[in-house]
Design a protein around this ligand. Structure first.
Ligand SMILES: Cc1cc2nc3c(=O)[nH]c(=O)nc-3n(C[C@H](O)[C@H](O)[C@H](O)COP(=O)(O)OP(=O)(O)OC[C@H]3O[C@@H](n4cnc5c(N)ncnc54)[C@H](O)[C@@H]3O)c2cc1C
Length: 451
């Protein structure tokens, strides 16, 4: 049997590939449901993700998987409208005339930003299309330096810097230009007259997870169960100090609710760890140097809409990083007429002051913040606020990141039989995504099948 640690998209995708190849698998998921970071809430209609999610046009593997699962026709592509809140006004930035009317960049800044977005290097007045083909060449270049050289100071200060502040805070200086270029490429396709095209699944990503779970087989997925140990041939406890040399032979699981009396041990031929790298470290001793940031995300249910856009970035001071009105992307009729707004913020670590606040404090602070940005906001229209938080939700794509990526096959690192498909894997570079999770799961499965 192949044991899979973690029932997020990566673990489920690995299980799917291995089952298709006729292998016996068992997914162990610590949470009550599979889905991981793509877990969902109930609404008056379709389910909705606890953290905002959409697909980009450049992501093909997950679309192919949807086709294989028989739900390809349920992926919908829509315009996801964007706006930028500056000096008390939300400026839409979707159509060419909206961009032309945006007052905070000069015509030349807009030209340089447009060229960069199209992947055209116009430095020296001689357009080149190949400069950004290999984003890895920008791995060691800080974003500010890159934008000052490849765009303009205005593009950096008035467009990207507020976004970097919201996402990385002080750590923006550590993030590589490769990440930024990856983001630009990854976000992909625009309808020139209407804006960016984004994907969503009819019924939410729960449709996707459910189809994957059904195909893998419920009986192969054990929820509420945390993997706590991997052991080698001598019964050595891998979690206590790293490699024991021989191939992994068994894994130990415990109920995630802490009733440790029900500890079980399962014999395994191989193990795929499809979790954050700290779990890999606790199971094998393999240390990954990548640093992660966390997220706090409130889903606010309202009787009426707040914004005119899907995604609102903020240049002005606000107690959150972005406002994302999901029902300006997917119609509220899908949710029994409820209007659904995400209020989101990244947290840079356990010392972040926001992390220390409890959910009630965050709710009050964030609703106050919305009120000060939008004086017409009616708090009486809010019928529910649900807050999700997780201390590790995205890698910080620092300079030199690729040297820290965890290999899919850990045999050469002294852990034969252990494979990795979590967020610190190569497929989740230069930005983590559901598509990247599927690709990571596939890559780990392929290495097992190759051996
Ligand atoms: C705020 C936010 C917004 C996002 N927006 C998008 C978006 O718009 N588009 C997009 O494509 N992606 C988006 N993502 C990223 C996407 O959610 C992730 O890339 C993807 O879900 C990662 O899947 P995974 O399986 O690698 O990890 P996870 O989903 O983290 O799954 C890991 C699983 O392992 C389980 N686990 C941990 N330890 C153990 C253990 N010891 N034993 C058993 N189980 C264990 C966990 O409970 C979890 O379910 C977003 C993420 C966040 C947080």
């Amino acid at each position: 049997m192949i044991g899979i640690v973690g029932g997020g998209l990566a673990g489920l995708a690995a299980a799917y590939r291995l089952r298709n190849a006729g292998r016996d698998v068992r997914v162990f998921e610590a949470g009550a449901e599979p889905g991981g970071l793509a877990a969902t809430y109930e609404t008056a209609g379709d389910r909705i993700e606890a953290y905002y999610h959409h697909l980009s046009k450049s992501e093909e593997t997950i679309v192919e998987l949807a086709d294989e699962l028989g739900i390809g026709d349920r992926i919908e592509w829509r315009v996801g409208e964007n706006a930028y809140y500056v000096d008390g006004v939300a400026h839409p930035l979707d159509t060419p005339w909206e961009i032309a009317a945006y007052p905070y960049l000069s015509v030349y800044d807009k030209f340089r930003l447009a060229m960069l977005t199209l992947g055209i290097d116009v430095r020296g007045g001689r357009p080149r299309r190949d400069t950004y083909d290999d984003i890895e060449t920008f791995e060691d270049v800080p974003i500010k330096q890159f934008l000052l050289e490849h765009a303009t100071r205005g593009v950096y200060e008035y467009f990207f810097e507020p976004l970097l502040d919201a996402k990385f805070g002080e750590r923006k200086k550590e993030v590589s230009a490769a990440w930024l270029l990856g983001r630009i490429k990854f976000r992909g396709e625009r309808d020139l007259l209407r804006g960016e095209i984004l994907g969503y699944v009819d019924g939410g990503f729960a449709t996707f997870t459910d189809a994957l779970v059904d195909t893998v087989g419920q009986e192969h997925i054990q929820t509420g169960t945390a993997v706590t140990d991997l052991s080698g041939p001598d019964g050595g406890q891998r979690s206590e100090g790293g490699a024991v040399g021989g191939p992994v032979e068994s894994l130990t699981v415990e109920p995630a609710n802490g009733r440790s009396s029900a500890v079980e041990t399962h014999d395994v031929d191989a193990v795929v760890v499809a979790t954050m790298p700290d779990v890999l470290e606790s199971l094998t001793g393999y240390r990954c140097e990548i640093d992660f940031q966390g997220s706090i995300c409130a889903l606010v249910t309202m009787d009426e809409p707040l914004l005119d856009t899907y995604w609102l970035n903020l240049a002005d001071e606000a107690p959150f990083g972005a406002l994302i009105e999901h029902t300006n992307f997917v119609p509220p009729e899908r949710y029994g007429g409820e209007h659904l707004l995400y209020v989101a913020s990244y947290v840079q670590g356990p010392d972040d002051a926001l992390w220390a606040r409890d959910d009630d404090e965050i709710e009050t602070m964030w609703l106050d913040g919305i009120e000060s940005l939008f004086p017409e906001f009616d708090r009486g229209a809010v019928t529910d606020v649900r807050i999700a938080r997780n201390a590790k939700t995205a890698p910080v794509y620092e300079r030199g990141y690729l040297d820290m990526v965890v290999p899919y096959d850990l045999a050469d690192a002294g852990h034969p039989g252990v494979y990795y498909a979590g967020m610190a894997s190569r497929a989740q570079y230069p930005e983590r995504s559901l598509n990247g999770a599927v690709e990571a799961g596939y890559a780990a499965a392929a290495r097992i099948l190759d051996r």
